[in-house]
Design a protein around this ligand. Structure first.
Ligand SMILES: [Zn+2]
Length: 591
């Protein structure tokens, strides 16, 4: 079932798109438009534009584009109905929760949160029930030495060693099987019955910054595998967009955030008074998480395990955090495998002192690059300086590079000019490679190679260009849409050559003819967010031109029809097509 047009219209009208997008991206005004760095691909110069006039956005780098709803679909990773719901609640609009509608819209976030809260209560009751949760409570309080206050503060719990305990409990509370599966609390067995997803695990509720329980992490208490089990992405939960304990840390992190690997690390740190600790949710740090952190702080201290996997994760995190302009520090623990153990062994004060000594990403990388090299041996010194110059070249700031160069020159006992030349050479080389890459990509997009949205565009380059012109005009101008419906412009779906063009045309007129007033945002129900980007490209390429008159439309349609005939006759001597081509020719001669 479709969302009523009135609702979409109200949401679109009440949402100021630059305000919406501005809460995700820093936008700078340029004339009537706004520019910023695209949130959907990695870039250094802004190619992302918000058009206030058309209430839309488009990225000239990656082709993302559309209206406010499309933006939320992409930015929040939601489907159309959930994105509508997201914007509705942002704008204070209530969507009629008619039963039929609900069934078709999937589970609302509100319902997921309610369900999770009920499940969290169940887990907590089991933790404190001595006959069920004795070992689990002992794990938290005895083994991990957490105080009862900390256990309660983090809402910790226990999932009993039982396949049906939670399932039965939640069903009694009125949650349906589908809801329990959608919310990732239950799985369905091959035989078709429901079973508890978390069993015999201590439970860490994951709470978002507004206080909703959005999911759970479950950890075994022994060495069995998997060590951690996490809620998969659900209607209310995207792992890549949340951080464990940020709900608490957000109030204590104006100076810096501490990013660790596991839930227990975070809890141990909070318990020791470091309430600015957070962790990713069983996944590597994502760009979304890095951007989210910039809302709260300017500095992040990385505190990952010192094993190989931890080191790789550190490198990756340094890169991602630096890209969003974060000051990144790395902390290395000596004599303990994780912060929990460190604080137990050496105390909170020593940890605090250590925090003050956290190294910059530069120092950390340099010391690692030098780890197995002896600077007294000429060959190894050359290797070391090459490695360090590569590291310096990573920095985008000229001032920062000069600071690093001074340090490197002292360390390597080499003249700073020599090193500077080296670094500049590396930067030039990288730029050239990047340019080559970009021009290759541009070439590919010109030829539409790898066009996933419109695969036919490669084969029918000319026809595709005409289709984009025609559809661009039809998407913008009411008078042209009316002319097609009335038949004063002769154009039907079968005139289109590419399957995508045909789909856009049919859908556009289906929506147009079924409502009193056409609203481009309604097309989002029929197209993916990426396809909506293509529609936006069609609109914007026409809007950037001054010649959009009826003659442009007529000429393009005539040319497209000719392309279609060409295609048909090329398709193995289609007699019917040839015949039609002849008739057409005759008709034209008679005119
Ligand atoms: Zn982009």
């Amino acid at each position: 079932m479709l969302i009523p047009r009135e609702i979409i219209e109200e949401i679109v009208n009440r949402t100021d798109i630059s305000d919406l997008i501005g809460s995700y991206v820093t936008l700078k005004r340029a004339g009537s438009n706004m520019h910023g760095l695209c949130p959907f691909h990695s870039e250094k110069t802004p190619s992302f534009t918000v058009f206030s006039k058309s209430n839309s956005f488009y990225c000239f780098g990656c082709g993302s584009g559309g209206d406010a709803i499309t933006f939320v679909m992409k930015a929040e990773n939601l489907d159309y109905p959930s994105a509508v719901e997201f914007l509705a609640s942002r704008a204070g609009i209530t969507i009629p929760q008619d039963k039929n509608e609900l069934a078709n819209m999937g589970m609302s976030r509100k319902r997921v949160y309610e369900m999770n809260l009920a499940a969290a209560k169940f887990f907590r009751e089991n933790l404190f029930d001595k006959s069920v949760g004795f070992d689990a409570l002992n794990y938290f309080v005895g083994t991990r030495k957490l105080s009862m206050a900390t256990v309660k503060r983090f809402g910790l719990g226990y999932a009993p060693n039982d396949f049906f305990a939670l399932t039965n409990h939640m069903k009694k509370l009125g949650y349906t099987e589908q809801e329990l599966i959608d919310g990732f609390l239950c799985g369905r067995s091959k035989k078709g019955h429901l079973y508890d997803y978390f069993r015999n695990r201590v439970i860490f509720p994951i709470i978002d910054v507004t206080g909703n329980i959005i999911g759970f992490g479950g950890r075994v208490m022994d060495d069995s595998k998997p060590k951690y089990l996490n809620t998969s992405d659900t209607p209310g939960f995207k792992k890549s967009k949340n951080l464990f304990a940020l709900n608490y840390a957000k109030n204590h992190c104006s100076e810096q955030l501490i990013l660790c690997e596991g839930y227990m690390d975070v809890i141990a740190l909070h318990a020791a008074g470091f309430e600015n600790a957070v962790a990713t949710l069983g996944t590597a740090l994502t760009q979304e998480q890095a951007r989210m952190m910039t809302k709260y702080t300017k500095k992040v201290v990385l505190l990952y395990d010192s094993d190989d996997a931890g080191q790789r994760a550190t490198d990756r995190a340094i890169k991602i955090l630096s890209e969003v302009g974060m000051d990144v520090r790395i902390l290395k623990l000596n004599g303990a495998k994780d912060p929990d153990e460190y604080i137990k062994k050496f105390g909170a004060d020593r940890f605090r002192a250590l925090l003050g000594e956290s190294r910059t990403g530069f120092d950390f990388k340099v010391s690692r690059a030098l780890a197995n090299l002896d600077l007294q041996i000429p060959d190894e010194k050359i290797k070391a300086s090459a490695a360090i110059c590569e590291i310096i070249a990573d920095s985008a700031s000229g001032v920062e590079r000069e600071v690093f160069l001074t340090k490197a020159s002292e360390l390597l006992k080499l003249p700073i000019d020599v090193l500077r030349n080296n670094v500049e050479h590396i930067i030039r080389k990288r730029k050239n490679e990047q340019k080559k890459d970009e021009s290759r990509q541009a070439q590919m997009s010109i030829r539409n190679i790898g066009d996933r949205i419109n695969p036919d565009a490669v084969k029918f380059v000319g026809a595709n260009a005409l289709e984009e012109t025609i559809l661009g005009l039809l998407l913008i101008y009411e008078e042209y849409r009316a002319a097609v419906t009335k038949g004063s412009v002769s154009l039907v779906a079968d005139d289109f050559v590419t399957a995508f063009g045909k789909k856009v045309f049919s859908t556009l007129f289906e929506v147009y003819n079924s409502s009193d007033e056409f609203l481009p945002a309604m097309l989002g129900q029929y197209f993916t967010a990426d396809e909506m980007g293509r529609l936006e490209k069609m609109r914007q390429s026409r809007l950037s031109l001054t010649e959009n008159g009826r003659d442009v439309l007529d000429a393009s349609i005539a040319a497209l029809k000719a392309e279609k005939e060409k295609k048909l006759s090329a398709e193995g001597g289609d007699k019917f097509a040839t015949l039609r081509a002849k008739q057409e020719k005759l008709k034209n001669q008679r005119k």
